[in-house]
Design a protein around this ligand. Structure first.
Ligand code: SF4
Ligand code: SF4
Length: 361
């Protein structure tokens, strides 16, 4: 069986050295060991069956288990390695491992005020020092800021700030664990978000006119889909071509909720990549949605749990719809700019691999 390119989040540890507001730090989930308990030979056997495998190190904070990360990079054959990190230990990555990473995704929410509010006093400065450190060491891979967009955020301001340092900026709405209806000022928060997206789309348009594609991760692949008309499945790939290998060796659709039944896929000791591919498609209401072909279903977890109830699910969908509609308006301009050579034909071919960005916020 031919596999499409598959991405595997590998959790090197469940431990975390921060306690961010929206996540809470080390999870201590029943049945999920804090550190890897499987024999790495089982990971080698499993991954070797997928010639195009991408491993994305994930946690907890994956760099807290540096030995395991190095061992996996030394021994497991893959197309590429990526890393999602809170950035506090980046300076400890030894050169050969740093330079072997295709992409590094660093969690930051904007400037020091907005980041430290959620992630702890002094986090922003510490992480920015470490970014400087890896740049000085000559890191040439894709450097991506990964934001959680929360109550105090201003999406236009925060993305613009991080684009000064990073090649690309991605974000996720801080909506996973919250009872949305009980959150203070949630309506104005989402309205402000929609307005900020409109401003970012304006910036994206102005960039295109000058022949450049601003590194706003959620826009680029969605825009490419709008140009080509080729449908895409769920962008994070969860349950389709992206899976998570937990510290126990169990395989989940994604790292977020291993305690939920829909998430359990298999185990590296008994499953094969070919056997798990495309095993958890999104269900209703996404399957009845007119923009499924471009949205992809946004999030398998939200789709399967419908945790906020239909009304709030639809409100979050409206932000996706508005983003897509705003980008759709730029398609004729992009086609013209491609025709006259201002933009290259492959200008929107991003990301090169599934680098762990979920794409739809
Ligand atoms: S817009 Fe909403 S309902 Fe439509 S595909 Fe996306 S997540 Fe599903
Ligand atoms: S978008 Fe949803 S399904 Fe995809 S990785 Fe994130 S939590 Fe999991």
């Amino acid at each position: 069986m031919d596999l499409t390119e598959m991405q595997y989040h590998v959790l090197t540890t469940e431990r975390c050295n921060l306690k961010c507001k929206y996540c809470g730090g080390t999870r201590n989930l029943p049945g999920v060991p804090l550190d890897i308990t499987y024999d790495i030979r089982h990971l080698i056997d499993f991954i070797s069956k997928d010639k195009e495998a991408v491993i994305g190190f994930y946690g907890g904070e994956p760099l807290l288990s540096m030995d395991r990360l190095e061992e996996i990079m030394d021994k497991v054959p893959v197309r590429a390695f990526t890393l999602q990190t809170n950035g506090t230990l980046l300076h400890e990555l030894k050169d050969p491992y740093l330079h072997k990473l295709h992409s590094i995704l660093v969690s930051l929410d904007g400037d020091s005020k907005i980041t430290d509010e959620s992630r702890g006093e002094g986090t922003y400065d510490m992480v920015m020092d470490n970014i400087k450190n890896i740049k000085e060491k000559g890191f040439k891979g894709d450097l991506i800021a990964r934001m959680a967009f929360s109550d105090e955020g201003d999406i236009h301001r925060d993305v613009t700030h991080l684009l000064r340092t990073f090649d690309h900026v991605h974000w996720q709405l801080d909506v996973f664990w919250t009872e949305l209806e009980n959150r203070e000022n949630v309506n104005s928060w989402i309205d402000r978000y929609d307005e900020g997206i409109r401003l970012l789309i304006e910036d994206f348009k102005n960039g295109m006119k000058k022949g450049s594609v601003i590194g706003i991760v959620p826009f680029i692949p969605v825009f490419r889909t709008l140009i080509t008309g080729e449908p895409h499945h769920i962008w994070c790939g969860s349950g389709m071509d992206s899976f998570t290998i937990m510290t126990s060796g169990s395989i989940e659709a994604c790292p977020i909720a291993p305690e939920l039944l829909y998430s359990n896929i298999g185990d590296i000791r008994t499953s094969t990549p070919g056997g798990i591919e495309n095993s958890r498609p999104v269900g209703t209401p996404c399957t009845e949605c007119d923009i499924l072909w471009v949205c992809g279903g946004r999030c398998l977890f939200a789709n399967q749990t419908m945790g906020w109830g239909r009304e709030w699910f639809d409100r979050i969908c409206l932000t996706t719809r508005r983003m897509i509609d705003g980008l759709k308006e730029l398609v004729p301009l992009a086609k013209e700019l491609m025709k006259d050579g201002t933009l290259k034909e492959d200008a929107f071919d991003y990301p090169e691999i599934n680098n762990g960005c979920e794409i739809i916020p």
